[in-house]
Write a new protein. Sequence first.
Length: 158
Amino acid sequence: MLPLNLRIRQATLSDAPLLAQYNLQLALETEDLRLDPATVNQGVRAVLQDPAKGIYYVVEAEGAVVGQLMITYEWSDWRNGQIWWIQSVYVLPDFRGRGVFTALFRYIESLARSQKEVCSLRLYMHAENAAARRAYERLGMKATAYQVFELELPSRPS
């Protein structure tokens, strides 16, 4: 396979429909979840319109967006630093195993290292996603002793 010429950039509002589509595919592939497209569209647009909520980055190859991830933020009082949470990771199936996610991760890692307040990169994944686990471990990430707990709250009117 020929090496890819990748371009990484911050996503813009014009990317919203594609990011939402990728998020719908991600949920279906990884958790067999069928999300509400209108809600996902609104959620993606909310991030793109308010950088305090997070920031999306995309990877382009062959003239098209072939991958994405979103960064959200958590302040750690224990570390007096910011944790960047990697979320909504998706690479088109035809581009998997070709260095797309590695390039995107290294780009984010470099950005994080350039900002002294960032103390950690974290992500969560579905426990049974062995391929994702291997990819994250190859990049130097390690499983932690933490588990995620959740209490879902009823939907709020828009």
